[in-house]
Write a protein that binds this ligand. Sequence first.
Ligand code: FPP
Ligand code: MG
Length: 324
Amino acid sequence: MKLQPELQEYFQGVLPNIEACIQEQLDSLNSYVFPVASHVLGSGGKRLRPLLCILMAGAMGHREASVYPLASALELVHSATLLHDDILDNSELRRGERAAHLVFGMKETILAGDALLAHANKIVADYGNPDLVNCISEAISSTVTGEILEIQKMRQPNLSQAEYLDIIKGKTGYLIQSSCESGAILAGNRSAEREASRQLGLNLGVAFQLVDDALDYSPAPDLGKPMGGDLREGKITMPLIHFLQELDAEQRERFLTRVKDKALSEKELEETMRCIRSRELHIRAREEAETYLQAAYQALASLPESREKSLLVRMLEYIRTRDY
Ligand code: FPP
Ligand code: MG
């Protein structure tokens, strides 16, 4: 994650504490769970959720070390969802490494994910604050619902923009929302600021995902990053949804089945990517992200001035201008 210098400096300051706290939590896990949890937690995650939690707590005046277990718990929940997600998606790679279920076994990985989730809940419960427990539990429950919605909708021949937005809110938005909201709860739980933190988190999460979708179809020649990884993996994201909407019903159904089966030839993959790019359907996804970024800026504007508030503004700028 190439952050703007001020944000990078802040991040470098808090990162060792986040890492130390995650390690401490890992060390307290059962020896069967430890290797699986270490595999996913040590594979180079961006720590976006802990960072947002710490920034939000700081923006509301809470700048104490007591934020770190909460921040780490969010990364634990995120990691548990990834362990399960790679099984559901039958993915072989996660962050460039072999997915945990291929290294440790499917059953072991499902159970390690459950254990990690339970451990994260225990960390949160130890704060003795029912609002915090509620916030994280609701986020977990909405994430699961988002994943179920995705599985159901992906079986349909038609996926609308609105349905896709609901899926990404569920899969990624609500946990990012709770990262911000839990920081606000820890900092004093004032209702107006708590609502602002919810709006900020959800809108930031959706914008982040839409930009990510767009970048997958954007050329990045100097980095040599292959384009269209999502399409190759049979993933349906916003640029592809726009593309599908331009086909007639029969063509769409046939094409979609082949995408999901990962049955497209190299020539078809390239042709589809060229078409998406020449019609700038990926740019359209970025423009859609703009609506969510504006809502996130608006939510932030209602908070009192602070160093952390201006860093959160930087974070939104980073998402808006991200080019890889
Ligand atoms: C990644 O999406 C998926 C998620 C971030 C959420 C996965 C949620 C679950 C499996 C259900 C909840 C599980 C627990 C333990 C609470 P993706 O497959 O589009 O992205 P990817 O490329 O990162 O795999
Ligand atoms: Mg996946």
